[in-house]
Ligand binder design. Structure first.
Ligand code: B1M
Length: 210
């Protein structure tokens, strides 16, 4: 499979071609993780770099993201296929003010594939919405994603909302996203930080086993 070509189609925002190539790859038994990493995620790294250097602007970034999401839709059933009994429930969302959802969707898919029942609140999610959903579904974990340095502090507000409601100790908090770090997680009293979606699975399993 030509991963470079797949990455170029994502970068150009050609969703139809991305879908076609991902489907062909799966039919040829190419590893879904390899398609994801070498084709799709790689493209977003290039796009991010080009945006930083003012070579492209928000509309191009948005088109690439849409094409990436189309590819991920084809990969989702393969990545989330699981025969295991549910090991816990988690609510996930991108925090208020933040519209980035590709990383969050990946984390959701991988956790679902690991047997965790996932409730996805989407993007731009308020602290109150996280709290309401966690209570409603009886979640074990709350997963927060942020991609902007300006929205990352809202993770603290979410945890504080749970503290204010007197229910903080009933939930484990996992946080992640490009600007987030282990040190930041500690500073806001989150239970853990995961660097990427694969690590998130390990971390979540350990947390839920406690
Ligand atoms: Co925006 N954007 N963006 N963007 N965007 C970044 C994040 C940026 C780094 C680009 C850059 O300057 N190089 C920059 C942020 C700078 C900063 O704050 N430090 C930026 C900016 C500035 C902006 C706007 C402000 C631009 C503007 O309007 N002037 C604007 C903000 C809008 C808003 O949110 N309010 C904006 C808008 C957008 C689009 C809407 C156009 C689009 C998003 C579309 C979508 O998501 N549906 C977009 C995109 C696509 C990007 C880049 C290019 C790609 C993000 C991505 O999907 N990466 C991004 C540059 C980059 O990341 N290199 C950029 C691929 C994805 C697989 O990785 O999301 O990091 P990631 O997720 C990883 C890990 O972080 C981790 O696991 C994931 C999988 O391995 N992870 C978790 C994520 N969440 C986790 C949760 C966990 C655990 C791990 O536990 C719960």
């Amino acid at each position: 499979m030509d991963f470079n070509q797949l990455s170029l189609y994502v970068q150009k925002g050609n969703g139809a071609k991305v879908k076609e190539m991902v489907s062909e790859g799966l039919a040829q038994k190419v590893s879904p993780t390899e398609i994801l990493n070498a084709g799709l995620i790689e493209a977003m790294a290039v796009i991010g770099e080009k945006f930083k250097n003012n070579e492209i602007y928000v509309p191009e970034m948005l088109m690439a993201a849409k094409a990436m999401n189309q590819g991920m839709q084809i990969l989702e059933p393969v990545l989330t296929a699981t025969g295991v009994k549910p090991i816990g429930k988690a609510v996930i969302g991108t925090v208020k003010g933040d519209l980035h959802d590709i990383g969050k969707n990946l984390v959701r898919m991988m956790l679902k594939g690991a047997g965790i029942e996932m409730y996805d609140l989407g993007i731009d999610v308020s602290a109150q919405a996280f709290l309401d959903k966690a209570k409603e579904v009886g979640a074990d974990m709350v997963c927060l994603s942020a991609l902007l340095t300006t929205t990352m502090p809202y993770m603290d507000s979410v945890i504080k909302e749970f503290e204010k409601a007197g229910v903080r100790s009933q939930y484990k908090f996992m946080i992640g996203g490009a600007p987030v770090s282990e040190a930041y997680a500690k500073s806001i009293n989150a239970d853990c930080y995961a660097d990427d979606a694969v690590i998130a699975v390990d971390v979540a399993k350990k947390l839920l086993a406690k």
